[in-house]
Design a binder for this molecule. Structure first.
Ligand code: KIV
Ligand code: ZN
Length: 386
């Protein structure tokens, strides 16, 4: 039977950490409501101790949404956990996301601590958070570079202390997909109490592998994916929600599914992009301007014969109104004819050849030939042929 993957959206926490992308509480509430409508399972609403604004956002989002779990981030510190517990008090289902560094680099150079102390502090923080009466998710920061047997010990200790979910972040985007997957597999096979918690994957995109790593983690037993809309986030960003949701939808063979209502993706991508003043790159998978645009002659001809020749996703499935045929100097006669017909004219044979010659002259001058340019070409040709 297909297994459900929980979608944990951190657009409003990890995504919002991007310089220049900070949002007001009212804007965050609007996005949170849209995330709820999209069908995410968990909304990470902020890091309550980090600022009064973040605290307020967690409070207001807790009041605003009903279905998703609302989550607040903390360090493994008493004051962080106390403040997060307070911020989440209106949540129908609240979750405290606490954690600590797990790689030797972090243990030595960030915490100036030891593995033993990290084990102790992680377990302590988990229990302290759990005693507040919320769900607890523990993150083993920089797990992508952690010593695996030590990581397994830490995961076992925090599950024993009450963690409901354990997040294995590739904080620095260091891992390769097959090796990140093996990390998850190792934990599934070597942590005695692993069946008592959900394993979560949280990947960064420093080497452009965030989505591949996330999918590899899910294939190897993780059941929650931490993602952001448009893949926004620290440095090169986080795993993008739309890429994970659509990969699982397209690859039914994986036997994994999410509750994401994919037809809402495109609109929310635009909303986040405009509110955060963070443009989406044109060739971004699923939501980029060119994701469903066909511009070379061979592709256009194949696409017009049968869309599946060049599209693995129906644009309507992600809320994109339609595919587009972009007319450039690389376009062929089939695309030109198609577009001219859409404009209400029909051209065949020698007429089409002549139009195509003139079209190429304009296309060489301009990057893209638009409908107005085409109408001028068609009208000139009609006048000449009278
Ligand atoms: O990337 C990371 O390790 C994080 C944690 C705080 C979960 O964002
Ligand atoms: Zn992160």
């Amino acid at each position: 039977m297909a297994k459900k993957i929980e979608i944990f959206d951190t657009t409003l926490r990890d995504g919002e950490q991007v310089p220049g992308c900070q949002l007001k509480t009212e804007e965050k509430v609007i996005i949170a409501r849209e995330l709820e409508a999209l069908g995410v399972d968990v909304i990470e609403a902020g890091f309550p101790i980090s600022s009064p604004g973040d605290f307020l956002s967690v409070v207001e989002i807790s009041k605003a949404v009903k279905e998703p779990v609302v989550c607040g981030l903390t360090r493994s510190k008493k004051e962080d956990i106390d403040v997060a517990a307070e911020a989440l008090r209106h949540a129908k289902r609240g979750r405290i996301h606490t954690g600590i560094g797990s790689s030797d680099v972090h243990i030595l150079h960030k915490f100036r601590s030891t593995r033993e102390q990290v084990l102790e502090q992680g377990a302590w923080a988990t229990k302290y958070a759990k005693d507040k009466g919320y769900e607890v998710e523990f993150y083993a920061e920089d797990a992508g570079r952690a010593d695996l047997p030590f990581l397994a010990k830490l995961v076992e200790a925090v599950i024993a202390a009450g963690a409901d979910v354990v997040n294995i972040p590739d904080t620095t985007g260091y891992c390769l997909p097959h090796l990140y997957g093996k990390r998850i597999q190792y934990l599934m096979e070597n942590v005695k109490n692993i069946d008592k918690a959900v394993i979560s994957v949280h990947c960064h995109n420093d080497l452009g592998m965030a989505t591949a790593n996330t999918i590899s983690g899910l294939i190897n037993g993780a059941r929650q994916a931490e993602v952001t809309i448009n893949g926004i986030g620290e440095r090169a960003g986080n795993t993008s929600l739309e890429e994970v949701a659509m990969t699982l939808k397209v690859h039914k063979d994986l036997d994994l599914y999410t509750n994401i209502k994919s037809e809402r993706i495109f609109e929310l991508s635009h909303l986040v992009s405009s509110m955060m003043r963070m443009p989406v790159q044109a060739n971004k998978a699923i939501v980029g301007r060119n994701a469903f645009a066909h511009s070379s002659g061979i592709h256009q001809d194949g696409f017009l014969k049968h869309a599946e020749n060049y599209e693995i996703i129906n644009p309507a499935d992600v809320g994109v109104p339609s595919s587009s045929i972009v007319l450039t100097a690389r376009s062929g006669r089939a695309a030109l004819k198609h577009r001219v017909e859409l404009l209400g004219h029909s051209v065949e044979g020698a007429q089409l050849n002549m139009l195509y010659e003139n079209f190429l002259i304009v296309a060489d001058e301009k990057k893209e030939v638009n409908d107005d340019d085409l109408l001028v070409l068609v009208n000139n040709q009609e006048v000449l042929s009278r």
